[in-house]
Unconditional design. Structure first.
Length: 249
C-alpha cells in the first residue's frame, strides 16, 4: 500500500507551492490590470522548444505478498515506506497541432531510497523485532508524454498530460544492494504517467508548475526464495507522486 501520510504531505506541499506560484505569477504578468501585454503571442506556432525541469517526488513500492508468506514462521508483517527524492532533467516539446504536443523529459532522479519495515516473530541476535531495510536508489528516467493544451488566456494556460516511461536503476548492482539480507530489484522498469500543469508566459521564459502520478507496470522484484526478507514478497511495482517546475524558452 502507498504511504498515505507521505503522499498527503507531498500533495499538501505541492498544493501550497502551486497556489503561491499562481498568485505571484498573476501579479507579475499583470493579469489584474485592465490592459495587459501578451508575452510571446506567437509561441504556440513554434514547431519545437526546449527547457529544464527540477522535481520533487514521493515514491514507494507497491508489494504483493508471495503465497508462502502465510506459511512463513519468522516474518509476521511487511510494509513499504515512502521517501522523497530530487530529479533534474531536460525537456524537449514538439508541436503536433494547436491542441496537442509531444514531450520528452529525460532526467536523473537522486535519492528516494526505498525501504520496507518487517515485523519479525523470531529475530536473530543481530536483529530487532521491527527491522527496517533500506534500498538505495539512483534512477535515470525517460518519460515520453502527450500534452493536451487548453486555450491560452492572456499569459496563462492549463494542460493535461499522459504517457509512458522507462526507468533504469543505476543502483541495482551496487554493493549495498548485493548484501545478503536485502531485497533485490531489477534494473529496468516500465510505467505510465498522468498529470496536470499550468503555463505562465513571461517575456523570455515559460514557467510551468506541474503535478503528476507515475505508476510502474513491471514487476521489479528479483525474488530469492532463500532470503527471508525477499521470499515473503512476490511482485513489487513502483509508485510515485511528482511535483515539477519546468522552465522553457
Amino acid at each position: 500500500m502507498l504511504d498515505l501520510k507521505g503522499i498527503f504531505n507531498c500533495i499538501y506541499f505541492s498544493g501550497k507551492t502551486i497556489l503561491l506560484v499562481v498568485f505571484i505569477s498573476f501579479i507579475s504578468s499583470g493579469v489584474f490590470s485592465q490592459e495587459r501585454e501578451e508575452n510571446r503571442p506567437n509561441h504556440d506556432d513554434w514547431p519545437y522548444y526546449f527547457g529544464l525541469s527540477i522535481s520533487y517526488n514521493s515514491s514507494t513500492l507497491h508489494p504483493s505478498k508471495h503465497p508462502t508468506f502465510l506459511q512463513n514462521d519468522s516474518v509476521l508483517s511487511v510494509e513499504p515506506g515512502s521517501s522523497g527524492g530530487i530529479a533534474l532533467g531536460l525537456v524537449g516539446t514538439f508541436r503536433l497541432s494547436s491542441r496537442f504536443s509531444f514531450r520528452a523529459n529525460p532526467q536523473l532522479i537522486i535519492g528516494g531510497a526505498k525501504y520496507f519495515t518487517y515485523g519479525l516473530k523470531y529475530p536473530l541476535y543481530d536483529e530487532k523485532a521491527i527491522e527496517k531495510k533500506t534500498l538505495p536508489s539512483t534512477i535515470v528516467s525517460f518519460p515520453f508524454q502527450v500534452k493536451f493544451n487548453s486555450d491560452r488566456i492572456g499569459n496563462f494556460r492549463t494542460y493535461l498530460l499522459g504517457g509512458v516511461k522507462y526507468d533504469m536503476d543505476l543502483s541495482s548492482n551496487s554493493q549495498a544492494r548485493n548484501a545478503e539480507d536485502l531485497v533485490k530489484l531489477n534494473k529496468n522498469d516500465f510505467g505510465i504517467e498522468a498529470g496536470v500543469g499550468f503555463n505562465f508566459f513571461f517575456k523570455y521564459v515559460t514557467f510551468s508548475p506541474e503535478l503528476k502520478i507515475s505508476n510502474g507496470l513491471s514487476n521489479i522484484h528479483s525474488r530469492d526464495p532463500n532470503l527471508k526478507f525477499s521470499s515473503v514478497l512476490d511482485k513489487l511495482q513502483s509508485r510515485m507522486l511528482v511535483f515539477s517546475i519546468i522552465l522553457e524558452d
